[in-house]
Design a protein around this ligand. Structure first.
Ligand code: SF4
Length: 171
């Protein structure tokens, strides 16, 4: 690879990182730090976690014990994006919330494990508040007879498990 091409690729990569970070910052979401993890201490989760008050259940792929802390891990197939997708961040946040409510220990962060990279995402009070707002919104939507599509992303519809039965899919 010649130097010019390498410089162009580096500039594009930096621009992508900057864009992803800017979007996340606007949404008030934590960005996610790249970390190096030793998967040896990861314990498989066999039973879903449940919170009766929120009527929320979920099963992280692993729980990692670090001293007194319990850290949820979500495994995603495929290569890592420049920064974790918002949907992955919220899924992880819901596991952090479930760990806190069912085990009485608030995880300071959770881990998203992609094929080639791991991100630590801080479980901040702002992220928790934003998650609770989304859950509230979902509860309200559950009572509505029809709910409109909330995005314009064809890629999101292409990867959605409901696309075969959804009459609002974009792709
Ligand atoms: S297929 Fe339907 S439910 Fe799935 S992401 Fe698209 S609009 Fe949403």
């Amino acid at each position: 690879m010649n130097l010019t091409l390498a410089l162009i690729l580096l500039t594009v990569a930096l621009w992508l990182f900057w864009q992803a970070d800017k979007k996340r910052h606007q949404a008030g979401l934590p960005g996610g730090r790249v970390i190096y993890t030793d998967t040896g201490g990861w314990g498989k989760v066999h039973k879903p976690l449940y919170d009766r008050q929120l009527r929320l259940t979920g099963k992280p792929d692993y729980l990692v014990r670090r001293g007194e802390q319990v850290i949820p891990v979500e495994v995603k197939s495929g290569k890592a994006p420049p920064a974790p997708y918002d949907s992955h961040i919220y899924q992880l946040a819901s596991y952090c919330l479930l760990v806190e409510r069912s085990m009485g220990k608030r995880p300071p962060y959770g881990i998203i494990h992609y094929e080639n990279r791991d991100f630590a995402v801080d479980y901040t009070p702002e992220l928790e508040e934003s998650l609770l707002e989304i859950l509230d919104e979902m509860r309200r939507d559950e009572r509505r007879p029809e709910v409109g599509c909330s995005h314009q992303s064809m890629a999101r519809c292409r990867g959605c498990g409901y696309r075969q039965i959804c009459n609002q899919r974009l792709a």
